[in-house]
Design a protein around this ligand. Structure first.
Ligand code: NAD
Length: 287
């Protein structure tokens, strides 16, 4: 069993991005600029935005966080997004979700110009991704592809099972594994006899948000196992009172796997790097 170390790989990619940005600045060019919109004061959202801001500083990007009151109206937010769409100084824009209930998330995210949509959620970018055209890829699947490539994991002709069909992980993940020449099955909450698929898979990507769901008897010997899940489970022995648990039962799956991601320290840091890579790309893509 080998660990797919997302902390280590993401650090290496961040250093590469940093040196590219230093070269841009040295050549008198503008550095990538990421803007984030944060509405309200949800604790988790504030933490995520702070982490993204920290990552930007680490690699030398410019970053702006636009904070709005929880009572901000949908129209006011739309006006802000349009302003950023038209601001040539900003290359990428993300709106931290979830938004307060009175704001239509779909309307906001679809107002972001696809040319600045570094989350890769805009239908235009989703379409381009499915067609295999160059565009912004959703950060988590993008980060997973980078991790797989870093470790030289063979994908061509392999059977890959993705568990979960969300718009941000499962669906785009299946499209990217198809582009990597895998034969792909997507399993979901209505799949009948899910183990009959995972037991045959060379690569299993679990993204369902059910802690410890994938057990050792559900995977074959030598499988590559990618654990996307992060769920907070109560743990009185932890200082915070909780710990993060993945969708894979590490204890029983790890001994059977050839490669496996830990939680934390696997997919999480690669997701953060996925956003940075998109923002770096935004300097030139669609311009
Ligand atoms: P989601 O809730 O939007 O989708 C879950 C999917 O799992 C659904 O398609 C559903 O059909 C499927 N599912 C649910 N129960 C199932 C079951 N019993 N059997 C088979 N399929 C089942 O979730 P999401 O946004 O895709 O996130 C999935 C998990 O990944 C969550 O734990 C989330 O926190 C985590 N996540 C982690 C990162 C990261 O950076 N590590 C990024 C995004 C999401």
């Amino acid at each position: 069993m080998n660990l797919l170390n997302g902390n280590e790989v993401s650090q290496k990619i961040k250093l590469e991005i940093k040196s590219k940005v230093e070269a841009m600045r040295a050549a008198g060019k503008k550095a990538p600029h990421l803007a984030a919109i944060l509405v309200g004061s949800d604790g988790a959202s504030m933490t995520y935005v702070a982490a993204k801001e920290k990552d930007c500083h680490e690699v030398g990007f410019d970053s702006t966080v636009l904070r709005f009151d929880a009572n901000t109206t949908e129209e006011e937010l739309i006006a802000e997004v349009i302003k950023i769409n038209n601001n040539p100084n900003i290359d990428g824009l993300i709106v931290q979700l979830p938004l307060p209930k009175h704001i239509n998330e779909k309307r906001i995210t679809e107002t972001i110009s696809y040319k600045k949509d570094v989350d890769g959620f805009h239908p235009m970018n989703v379409g381009m991704m499915f067609k295999g055209l160059k565009t912004f890829l959703p950060a988590t699947p993008f980060g997973i592809i980078k991790l797989i490539e870093h470790y030289g994991i063979e994908t061509s002709g392999k059977y890959c099972v993705v568990i979960g069909r969300s718009d941000i992980v499962g669906k785009p993940m299946s499209a990217l594994m198809l582009q990597k020449n895998c034969t792909v099955t997507v399993c979901h909450s209505k799949t009948v006899d899910l183990p009959s698929y995972t037991q045959k898979a060379d690569i299993v990507i679990a993204a369902l948000g059910r802690p410890g769901f994938l057990k050792g008897d559900m995977v074959k010997e030598g499988a590559v196992v990618i654990d996307v899940g992060i769920t907070r489970v109560e743990d009185a022995t932890a200082k915070s009172g909780f710990r993060l648990k993945g969708d894979v039962d590490f204890e029983s799956v790890a001994p059977k796997s050839s490669f496996i991601t830990p939680v934390p320290g696997g997919v999480g840091p690669m997701t953060r790097v996925g956003l940075l890579l998109n923002t770096l790309e935004a300097i030139e893509l669609f311009k």
